[in-house]
Design a protein around this ligand. Structure first.
Ligand code: KG4
Ligand code: ZN
Length: 351
């Protein structure tokens, strides 16, 4: 529960969260990277509206996200996604802008110029409709993607895998979470994108590599699984090993599908090894996967296999794995580690 006081004209703080005693409709905006998104979620779980404008096509021609172009595209799309979310909410639940309980926006981590667009839009809406503003951490939001359309409750162990992060997180309660392991170099998504580039796949490489891997032999090449202490990870050595493998085929036809499959097998086994170790030591019976790479077919398959060992497994559907605003709205509702000061600034790196 959180009491938020930043309403302009009202003196009383507004209570947000599961213990507020009334239905909360939170509109959230996400713009941390290359997706402009707006969503409205009822009580942290029921998605009333969900709109995402992707910039993938724009950035594909450059082989990666260009921050300045991304920020400009957010500016072009922001009003469109907000209008569309209000339209969906009107059609689905006869909800008007005045019925929104609070407006939320991603504060960071992400690209500063991009974050500024979405966060200022969320603040403006809060001020316009005289409702509370809630700033949300993007990584916490990814975890909350698992609360959408489910009845998941903490405690659980979470594997957060995205373009910028690889973490094992002990989620003790909605607001209490400890990172118990993380990558010491590349994030998993970053490793996927770099390896994809090495073998000549266009951006964004992760999903394309995944697709090819499904047609290859995962045991064709033995690639190294890094030995790192505790629950930490390292993927830069694996990337170098793939580079060496690719070079060895310079004058021959490269078995692309087998290389993809072998890389995917090594990554997914490494992740699952550590995750299982963390699960066993915690005694938790629930496990969750989150972040853009949670869309990966082999990682999903391996994590769902844990059901055979008696674990409750949660993985968001694809639309809630990659960047979206519904997860931000859910986080604004459930997580008390939010920023309710209307002057909250964006930040680029993990705080
Ligand atoms: O969470 P996300 O949408 O953005 C952030 O990094 O916050 O994650 C994007 C990352 C990219 O690196 C992309 O290549 C990767 O997720 N990704 C995948 C798959 N789908 C997305 N990586 C492997 N297999 C996939 N199916
Ligand atoms: Zn993300």
């Amino acid at each position: 529960m959180k009491n938020i006081k930043n309403k302009l004209f009202s003196k009383e703080p507004v209570t947000i969260g599961p213990e507020s005693g009334y239905d909360n409709y939170i509109m959230a905006i996400e713009s941390s990277c290359d997706e402009t998104a707006c969503a409205i979620v009822k009580n942290g779980r029921e998605v009333i509206a969900n709109v995402v404008a992707s910039q993938i096509k724009t950035h594909a021609q450059f082989g990666g996200v260009i921050p300045e172009i991304a920020a400009r595209e957010h500016l072009d799309s922001i009003n469109i996604v907000i209008d569309e979310a209000f339209k969906q909410a009107k059609e689905k639940a006869n909800l008007k802008p005045e019925d929104i309980t609070a407006f939320a926006g991603t504060v960071g981590p992400g690209l500063v110029g991009c974050l500024l667009v979405g966060l200022n839009a969320a603040k403006t809406l809060a001020l316009t409709y005289d409702k509370p503003f809630i700033g949300v951490n993007h990584l916490n939001a990814h975890l909350c993607g698992n609360y959408l359309d489910t009845d998941l409750k903490p405690p659980f162990m979470a594997l957060l895998v995205s373009g910028g992060h690889t973490q094992i997180i002990d989620v003790k309660s909605y607001s209490e979470q400890t990172i118990i392991g993380e990558t010491i170099d590349d994030a998993v998504g970053e490793a996927y994108d770099k390896v994809a580039r090495l073998i000549g796949l266009p951006y964004p490489g992760g999903p394309k590599l995944d697709k090819l891997a499904q047609e290859g032999n995962p045991y064709a090449f033995k690639l190294p699984e890094a030995r790192v202490d505790g629950y930490n990870f390292s993927f830069s050595g694996l990337k170098t090993a793939v580079l060496r493998l690719v070079k060895s085929f310079e004058k021959k036809e490269m078995p692309v599908k087998d290389i993809c499959a072998s890389f995917q097998e090594t990554v997914s086994s490494t992740l699952l090894h550590k995750l299982k170790k963390a699960l066993e030591s915690s005694g938790y019976k629930q496990v969750v996967i989150a972040g853009g790479v949670a869309a990966n077919s082999e990682i999903r398959k391996k994590i769902f296999n844990l059901q055979n060992e008696g674990y409750n497994v949660f993985a968001p559907p694809m639309k809630y794995c990659t960047d979206n605003a519904a997860m931000v709205a859910s986080c604004a509702y459930f997580n008390t580690n939010t920023y309710d000061d209307i002057n909250t600034e964006v930040f680029s790196r993990v705080k």
